[in-house]
Design a protein around this ligand. Structure first.
Ligand code: 5AD
Ligand code: SF4
Length: 440
């Protein structure tokens, strides 16, 4: 078999991480003795694939400048194939080849199953482009996943696309309408992952709690997954508050394998801004939802996304965001300055000055960091369950994650990746906890 080398650079969200894995697998064996193995550097690659993200500013410009860096490699090795995948590919399409003629292949997020054919076309020296939104389930048309052993945690995409049309967001345009994978296909892939050594699955979707591939929605899927022997932990991300139904709240209360950690973006705390964002809920409704979730699972750790400096946001609006954050007490959070995305409604509106955005972001991040640190420090003295993932920096040390997604370092001779153990937390550092193993 002629083995060629594939370098994939992944930008953006966890769904892109999952997609990159699946793309690499689909190119591993192309039939006829052809195939690609993954390499960690572009220098010796036969194909370079950029799996891009379009969510925030200058995404396309970053891709063009990254492509520019490969000019020398392409000149030295004319057979080198260069491809652009992901949401920038979807948004820019043919424009990418026009602006950067050394690009051989452009493939949108819903067309990855066509990658082998597109690669063959590129191999013949032709430009290969596909940014369609086909009807079929691309994951079903991708090659079956290999059987090789793998690490203890895995992502599994169950839902894609979004119908919410928040006024700032490109996702509904780049990933298309909401589509759920049928539960039996998800179950098959999950069982396969568990057989290969996976102990924790994170279900992925742009709007994962709107999942409707199971009669019982996402909660129904989670309960079915929880019955898989050997699967110890289930997580899901990312969710919209309006799709957090009673069944899912109840699952947080009584499904032991569903971890007590929830990423539930609110974006802003001012009702005026939430309305302008087209979020379709108020701050009070969000806080009420958090209350119900905490009633079901009192130790739930919450995470969120925030945007500061959305068009027309005043200092008073921003203070409402700070107030909401104080009321929730987040375990972790991501916060961003609003950035104009061409083609989205908010891009047409009066923009907040950059200096103002910077200042608000700083103040919000200071508060979020303080909360994050306080919740992490409060773990000291508590007992947690750790799923170990890899060796730590010191010999004999292992690192894993607690139920709450905190990284935990433990002196753990005899423990390996994939083991679960009870740990007592002894200290809290800037980004992780340290603990001691408890007798099982
Ligand atoms: N500007 C800033 N942040 C954005 N996000 C999405 N679109 C934008 C934008 N135009 C953030 C939101 C979302 C996260 C994935 O990215 O907070 O939840
Ligand atoms: Fe974008 Fe999420 Fe809003 Fe959908 S719900 S439009 S993915 S921010």
């Amino acid at each position: 078999m002629t083995v060629k080398k594939l370098f994939i650079k992944t930008y953006g969200c966890q769904m892109n991480v999952y997609d990159s894995e699946r793309m690499a697998e689909s190119l591993a064996d192309l039939g006829g003795g052809e195939g690609y193995v993954v390499t960690e550097t572009p220098d010796d690659a036969d194909m370079i694939l950029l799996n891009t993200c379009h969510i925030r500013e200058k995404a396309a410009e970053k891709v063009y400048s990254e492509l520019g860096r490969y000019k020398g490699l392409k000149a030295a090795k004319p057979d080198l194939k260069i491809g652009v995948a992901g949401c920038v590919a979807q948004a820019e399409g043919e424009e990418i080849i026009r602006r950067q003629p050394m690009v051989d292949l452009v493939v949108g997020p819903q067309s990855y199953h066509k990658l082998p054919q597109l690669t063959a076309k590129a191999g013949l020296g032709q430009k290969a482009l596909d940014t369609d939104f086909p009807e079929e389930d691309k994951f079903e048309h991708l090659k079956a996943r290999p059987k090789a052993k793998r690490g203890p945690t895995a992502f599994l995409t169950v839902q894609e696309g979004c119908d919410k049309f928040c006024a700032f967001c490109v996702v509904p345009y780049t990933r298309g309408a909401e589509v759920s994978r049928p539960a039996e296909r998800v179950m098959r892939e999950a069982r396969d992952l568990v057989e290969r050594g996976v102990r924790e699955i994170t279900l992925l979707g742009q709007n994962v709690n709107a999942y409707h591939g199971h009669d019982g929605g996402l909660a129904g899927l989670i309960r079915e997954l929880a019955a898989i022997d050997g699967l110890e932990r289930i997580r899901f991300t990312t969710s919209h508050p309006n799709d957090m139904d009673e069944a899912l709240i109840a699952a947080h209360g009584d499904c032991e394998k569903l971890m007590p950690y929830l990423h539930l973006p609110v974006q802003a705390g001012s009702d005026r801004i939430l309305k302008r964002m087209n979020r379709q809920h108020t701050a009070e409704q969000y806080l009420g939802l958090i209350e119900r979730l905490r009633a079901a699972r009192p130790d739930l750790h919450l995470s969120g996304d925030f945007i500061v400096g959305f068009p027309e946001e005043t200092e008073e609006d921003f203070q409402a965001t700070m107030e909401l954050v104080r009321a929730v007490r987040y375990g972790s959070a991501f916060s961003f300055k609003y950035s104009e995305r061409p083609g989205t409604p908010a891009a047409e509106r009066a923009q907040v000055p950059e200096a103002e955005k910077d200042d608000r972001l700083q103040r919000l991040q200071a508060l979020l960091t303080q909360q994050q640190r306080a919740l992490q420090d409060a773990m000291v003295g508590r007992e947690v369950q750790v799923l170990f993932e890899k060796p730590g920096r010191q010999p004999g040390q292992m690192v894993g994650k607690s139920e709450y997604l905190h990284a935990v370092h433990v002196e753990a001779p005899g423990i390996g990746p994939g083991d679960l153990a009870r740990v007592r937390i002894e200290s809290s550092g800037p980004n992780s906890l340290k603990g001691v193993l408890l007798p099982s």
